[in-house]
Design a protein around this ligand. Sequence first.
Ligand SMILES: Cc1cc2nc3c(=O)[nH]c(=O)nc-3n(C[C@H](O)[C@H](O)[C@H](O)COP(=O)(O)O)c2cc1C
Length: 342
Amino acid sequence: MRNWPDRRILDLFGIELPIIQAPMTTVVTPDMVAAVAAAGGLGSLPLTMLSPHQAQEALGAIRRRTSAPINVNFLCHVPVVDPARERAWRRRLAPYYVELGLDPEMQLPLAPIPPFGSTQCELLEELKPEIVSFHRGLPSEKLLDRVKTTGAKILSSATTVKEALWLEERGCAAVIAQGSEAGGHRGTFLPGDVSTQTGIAALVPQIADAVKVPVIAAGGIADARGIAAAFALGASAVQMGTAYLFCPEASVPPVYRQALKSAREDQTAITNVFTGLPARVIVTRIVRELAPFAAEIPPPSHFRQQPWRRCALNRSRPVRRISCLCGAGRPHISAGSLKPGN
Ligand SMILES: Cc1cc2nc3c(=O)[nH]c(=O)nc-3n(C[C@H](O)[C@H](O)[C@H](O)COP(=O)(O)O)c2cc1C
């Protein structure tokens, strides 16, 4: 990579290849991060759903295998509880409960999504990762200052030019331009209309022209053509997620793997029906029937563990009701690398 025309991200992070493996909550394993780092890219470990002890173990396992720089990632959100909308949403889902012989009033286990707070700051002060990325904005100024004091370089996703400028102003070392092709949740954090957001061909050059920090392109990039195009558009690196779902190191349940294997180019869409936040997923029956955008879905404060999720994840049946995050670049990823049993 000595002759690579844009070395800004390589020099900023001290990596050899301008490829960032996207942090993907519940899917990325320490093995994946270590393998990417050892190959010269930037491995990203999502920490939001891990306890401090689990995070220490995971990072320790990576550090034993590589001394290369590592990115750790957190989702930024303010938990909101809205019982009226919870009830309305349950009424909307009632036919699915009845269909499965379940009581629509049954109590559901809640898996809270811990917000980024003092505990996470203490963890970063102890673990000292080289890079910390956030999704859906940044933590409060006070918390962000503590993260900066650890010496970590800070990143976050922008889905509009306005968001990119906002992130740059608050000290991000680089901005991830997340195009609408991207798999997973939109990084959107400023008010706006998701339907007006663009793909990377429009977004990357607009952000690259607006900010001084380097830009990382994310969304639908799944092979060398996409990487070359991202550089032509003004990016200094790419962040790829969906392509890594096909690696043996990914922790992808069998039903999800099956859905990924067979997803065609017209079978992903942006919807809010799983978490209340817009995300690109494989279009399954529940997405077709419920919206894609449902007004009554409650604000995100926890993952709603709908009763069919556990059943579906334990069996190899076609997915109908669960969320399978997936980018629009899926069809040009070779499904041959999906190994059974992973
Ligand atoms: C399964 C999945 C989970 C994701 N989880 C996260 C996450 O926890 N944190 C984050 O910053 N981005 C997350 N993303 C978004 C990625 O950072 C990135 O924007 C996206 O994968 C790029 O698009 P692509 O999937 O088409 O390559 C996720 C994406 C996928 C596909």
